[in-house]
Ligand binder design. Structure first.
Ligand SMILES: [Zn+2]
Length: 354
């Protein structure tokens, strides 16, 4: 979602009021040096900004499309560049990223600061798994930036674009969603959140990681395979081992990789968790006939967290159910399995259980 505020920038959708700033860098000779197209005219730039301003706030839908994000300096509200995203139709799972910044601000990390926000946004889109970009092989600053963003060079295309009357070679760089997630978590596996915000004991055996690894050890792990409602490459939805008396069949949505809490959960996973929560909430509506749905998520002991692997609770709700004042207790695995079967039968893409 935009705008996103970074240390020095606001990354946001364009408005028609950005015309002067936009022309200042888009027509700058140094920016044009590596561009295959002619600089925009005042009229074409105004049309472009008007179209961008009128675009859907959350970016292109499933059909794909082109979106440009303005990078505005917080200290003087000047738009100093943009990061663009060309999103292919959802089934392709692909997008292309690009950027242009005013030469007065080159070499100060602004483009990386803005591009990271756009990459996080792109990878939060369901199904998007690969982002590519390319640049003139003479444009050292541009491919250094690609490398700083964690993109890998996938090759050199000979005489691929015509710039200033001459055919030029380009480099193609790419980044996969898994690579982005790994980097977002820190290449060495270290969490981004301060250590003081983590409370798992040194020798913690994570029950959710064991479940996801397919290990059922009921002395240590209450959740079992028959609790699982849904599973994909990133998230798992399972019927909780502990249940509340008036809201039976509530579920947990968890990332398949271990993150202790909300503070260290990569943004790109948030979209997948949200999508799974919504799908199971809608399945509850039909499977249970509940009147509503609530979600809850706990961080640190003061936030009632007692399992040290991020989990989002999704509860079926009924009038007068007293969810917030009632206490949970362990439910028999056979009863949990029955709730899991009911939900599975009502998830899109799953056929009803026999
Ligand atoms: Zn875990």
């Amino acid at each position: 979602m935009f705008p996103r505020v970074t240390e020095r920038l606001v990354v946001r959708r364009f408005t028609e009021g950005d015309l002067e700033d936009f022309l200042a860098y888009q027509t700058h000779p140094e920016v044009m040096r590596f561009q295959p197209h002619a600089p925009p005219t005042r009229e074409s730039a105004a049309r472009f900004l008007a179209a961008q301003a009128a675009g859907a706030p959350d970016g292109p839908g499933d059909a794909g499309g082109f979106v440009a994000f303005a990078a505005e300096r917080r200290e003087d509200n000047r738009v100093i560049g943009d990061v663009t995203l060309n999103v292919y139709p959802r089934a392709h799972g692909r997008a292309e990223i690009g950027w242009s910044f005013h030469p007065d601000y080159h070499g100060r990390g602004y483009a990386a600061e803005a591009a990271r926000e756009v990459l996080a946004f792109a990878f939060s889109r369901p199904g998007l798994r690969r982002i590519t970009t390319h640049c003139d092989t003479r444009n050292v600053a541009s491919y250094r930036l690609m490398e700083r963003l964690g993109m890998r060079c996938e090759g050199r295309q000979r005489e691929n674009v015509r710039i200033g009357g001459a055919w030029r070679d380009t480099y193609t760089y790419a980044l996969l969603r898994d690579e982005w997630l790994a980097a977002a978590r820190g290449g060495d596996g270290a969490a981004a959140a301060p250590a003081a915000y983590r409370h798992a004991p040194e020798d913690y055996v994570c029950p959710f990681c064991l479940l996801i690894a397919g290990i059922e050890d009921t002395r240590r792990v209450l959740s079992v395979a028959t609790d699982v409602v849904y599973r994909d490459a990133e998230v798992t939805v399972l019927v909780s081992s502990h249940q509340y008396p008036n809201n039976p069949g509530h579920v947990l949505v968890i990332p398949n990789r271990h993150y202790e809490n909300l503070y260290e959960l990569p943004d790109a996973l948030g979209g997948s968790i949200h999508a799974a929560a919504r799908a199971v909430a809608l399945a509850m509506k039909t499977a249970y006939g509940c009147d509503g749905v609530s979600t809850r998520q706990h961080n640190e002991p003061a936030g009632y967290q007692d399992v040290w692997h991020y989990h989002l609770h999704v509860f079926p709700r009924y009038p007068g159910d007293e969810l917030y004042s009632s206490r949970s207790r362990l439910m028999d695995p056979a009863d949990r399995a029955a709730y899991a079967r009911r939900l599975r039968a009502h998830l899109p893409g799953n056929s009803p259980a026999p």
